[in-house]
Design a protein around this ligand. Sequence first.
Ligand code: FES
Length: 100
Amino acid sequence: MPLLTILPRGKIVQIPAGTTLLAGIAAAGEKFVTKCTDSACSGMCHVFVPIGKKSLSKPQRAENEVLDSLAGVSSRSRLACQARIGEQDVTVELLGFASG
Ligand code: FES
C-alpha cells in the first residue's frame, strides 16, 4: 500500500490505493474542518502535493472549477476530497484548514 506523508508535521500513514487524500489525512489523525466532504463544493480541503502528484487520480471538471475559484492555487494544488491515491507514495502539505 502507498504511504501518505502529511506536512508540516511529517505524519506518515499507509492507505489503500483508491483512498481520497481527505480520508488519508483523517486516518493520520489530522484535524480539520470542511463543510462539504466529498462534494468539491467549497475548496476548504485545498492542499498542495509537492511529491507524488502523478500518482493521484486526474482532476475532474468539478475539482478544476473549484480550484479556479480559489486564491493561492498553484500547479501543486488538489482538493483532498477529490484526489485519490494510486500505487505510489504521495506527500501532501496542509494549508489553512489544518490544526491541532
Ligand atoms: S471537502 Fe469541500 S471541496 Fe473538498
